[in-house]
Design a protein around this ligand. Structure first.
Ligand SMILES: Nc1ncnc2c1ncn2[C@@H]1O[C@H](COP(=O)(O)OP(=O)(O)OP(=O)(O)O)[C@@H](O)[C@H]1O
Length: 651
């Protein structure tokens, strides 16, 4: 027996136990080696006219024997001589394939696509096998040799028999134990799935005998009551689809083919809303085929949802979901990236240089943005559907980046316009603003219907200004992190900003000072506040900590009262934060009970105050406060007390 070199022994142990996290990739490695072997022969045939390759010789076969516990991968590739077996499989980290690739880098072009480079892949077989036998006959030789090893001490090489050139790798799988079974590798379904998952785009057919069922011929003497009988038979099937769809010329691929690929590979039952691709050449060349799903996956907003694109290198799957390729706000995009230029780490499970991924990721992000813009501008109906599915993520992108992504994402957002009664973009809102409108107004709450009825919304609409009705939990957080929206101010001759131009503040109609009143109205309000100081103080007293103040409103026309928020937290934000898992600790809004001093109800209040009827003032305060809460869609603190107050006033 020949011994593995000492370094090799250590390496082998390292390999088997720590390089790979996923033992099932052994099949990927063996199929990749077989593909390399066929590639090498094919490459030779390009220059050597004597080599005529039949179609069958290009195929890679995978088979298994449940009783003998063997899995075999065979190819009719270039094969190995005795020396090559010794050199290639006796020295770990020796890769003839890499040498081949380097030697032929110039000549090989697109016709050959060698996968091997580290000289370790083969040994991954020992993760699942207790012994490995390699029977190989080099092309042009009439001898075959068998290399055999248990992966511990060493290996032997003996003379063997093989009908033609090529190699058989025969693994005898480890025994099942209590914690570990190797059943999947000894089943048609298990092997087929692995071939499909990892080696689907290997350029040569990967074939397996698969069991099928067919109806037996109907006997001639069959009577009327004949029921058909079935039999199982075996047939050699090609399992992989070979040519990666993303490598094909776009004009030659029908939309249905893309849709089918999307649905099978990304497990969706609906067609994608958009299919697009990126093709980059240069120091880092790659192809990407990307899809915007037609519907949101059910777990999109759950913690378990994993974003990412499938990453291929030389037609072999490296990672099913490579997160670095997608920013969080585009987490819904599915697709593949394929590059030959990636510096893979030895296990082929990750890359050595994340900067490569980041570079690809940046380009892909740009492409997605432009694709969404195109969809928004050219196919509004579809875009609205897209936005309903994934718009929330875009808003989150702005919010979680503290507004840094607003230049990229704000124009992709849609909001419901109270004035136009349809979804509008922010540019469309700004475009339609009448002269003199200083801010972009929005209202946040649970439903469009309800928001549309809010007195404050009606007041702003009454001024001729549109109000965006926001019903998603993230809306206001998104607006607050944006603070303003719009192009930079225009400058006058002295480079000073021209008044009325520049970004517009995003204002919640129910928060802070709306600055809608005319000078005259402001003066009136000031006077009313002064005049009714005692009444407001009595009402604030009656309401205690529920409000921070009682004030004259400049945002009401028909309603007698409303609640606004003085600080940065609106009532709606308070409601949303209270619903979050640790909502008990959530900050509260600073509520202000605003009164419409022009409303008849205010006269009634004033009369009670002037008559010195403190009880009545208290009851009125409670009723108005709670009523305003109900209108806002907020829960009232003490419904019984509210009902009692109404009853008392009526009785
Ligand atoms: N089926 C095969 N037919 C012919 N040669 C093979 C076959 N399998 C392996 N070899 C030879 O053995 C060498 C070592 O294989 P191994 O899988 O360990 O490394 P590799 O494929 O070169 O690189 P990587 O670790 O990146 O897969 C290969 O470079 C190749 O020369």
């Amino acid at each position: 027996m020949r011994k593995f070199k000492t370094e090799s022994k250590k390496l082998l142990d390292l390999m088997i136990n720590s390089i790979y996290t996923n033992r099932e990739i052994f099949l990927r490695e063996l199929i990749s080696n077989a593909s390399d072997a066929v590639d090498k022969l094919y490459f030779r045939s390009l220059t050597d006219k004597d080599i005529q390759l039949g179609k069958d010789e290009l195929a890679i076969r995978v088979s298994y024997d449940k009783d003998a516990r063997t899995v075999t991968v065979s190819d009719s590739g270039i094969g190995m001589t005795k020396d090559e077996l010794d050199r290639n499989l006796g020295t770990i980290a020796h890769s003839d394939s890499l040498a081949f690739k380097l030697d032929n880098a110039e000549a090989q072009g697109d016709d050959v696509d060698i996968i091997g480079q580290f000289g370790v892949g083969f040994y991954s077989a020992f993760m699942v096998a207790k012994s490995v036998r390699v029977v190989s006959r080099a092309y042009g030789s009439d001898e075959a040799w068998a290399w055999e090893s248990d992966g511990v001490e060493g290996y032997s090489i003996q003379e063997a028999e093989r009908a033609g050139h090529g190699t058989d790798i025969i693994l005898t799988l480890k025994d099942d134990s209590e914690n570990d079974t190797y059943d999947t590798f000894l089943s048609e379904y298990g092997l087929k799935s692995l071939i499909k998952r990892y080696s689907n785009y290997v350029r040569y057919p990967v074939q397996m005998e698969v069991s099928k069922s067919r109806e037996k011929p109907k006997p001639e003497d069959a009577g009327d009551d004949y029921t058909p009988e079935y039999e199982t038979y075996f047939e050699l099937d090609t399992i992989n689809s070979m040519v990666p769809i993303w490598k094909r010329n776009k004009s030659e691929v029908a939309e249905e083919e893309y849709n089918e690929f999307y649905k099978t590979d990304f497990h969706d039952f609906a067609d994608p809303a958009r299919t697009f691709s990126v093709h980059a050449e240069g120091a880092l060349s790659y192809d990407a085929l990307l899809f915007i799903p037609g519907r949101a996956p059910f777990d999109l907003y759950s913690k378990d949802f994993k974003k990412g694109l499938a990453l291929y290198s030389s037609n072999v799957l490296i990672m099913e979901k490579c997160e670095e390729l997608l920013p969080d706000h585009y987490n819904f995009v599915r697709g593949v990236v394929d590059s030959q230029d990636l510096t893979l780490n030895i296990s082929r499970e990750t890359l050595q240089h994340n900067s490569q991924l980041r570079a690809i990721g940046r380009k892909i992000e740009k492409k997605i943005t432009s694709e969404l813009q195109k969809m928004r501008d050219n196919d509004r109906e579809e875009y609205e559907k897209f936005f309903e599915n994934f718009g929330r993520g875009l808003k989150f992108g702005i919010y979680t980046s503290y507004g840094m992504l607003k230049d990229q994402l704000a124009d992709l957002l849609l909001f419901y316009s109270a004035k136009q009664e349809r979804l509008v973009t922010l540019p469309e809102y700004v475009e339609a603003m009448p002269e003199g409108q200083k801010a972009i107004y929005y209202a946040a709450g649970e439903s469009i219907d309800r928001l549309g009825k809010l007195p404050v919304v009606k007041t702003v609409l009454g001024k001729g200004y549109d109000v965006l009705l926001c019903t998603q939990d993230v809306d206001e957080f998104c607006f607050q992190s944006m603070m303003t929206y719009g192009p930079e101010p225009e400058l006058d001759a002295e480079d000073k900003p021209i008044e009325g131009t520049g970004p517009k503040e995003l204002k919640n109609v129910a928060s802070g000072d709306l600055d809608l009143a005319s000078e005259e109205e402001k003066k009136e309000a000031e006077e009313a506040a002064k005049e009714n100081e005692a009444l407001f103080a009595a009402m604030k007293d009656a309401l205690g900590d529920a409000v921070t103040s009682v004030a004259v409103s400049s945002r009401l026309t028909d309603a007698p009262a409303c609640i606004s928020a003085a600080g940065p937290i609106s009532l709606e934000m308070e409601r949303i934060m209270a619903q979050m898992p640790d909502g008990g600790e959530a900050p509260k809004s600073e509520r202000v009970l605003e009164l419409n001093v022009k409303h008849r109800v205010f006269d009634v209040l004033k009369a009670a105050q002037e008559a010195g009827d403190a009880d009545k003032v208290k009851l009125y305060a409670e009723v108005l406060y709670n009523q305003a809460l109900i209108v806002e869609g907020m829960p009232i603190d003490d419904p019984v007390a509210y009902a009692n107050a109404v009853t008392k006033l009526m009785a």
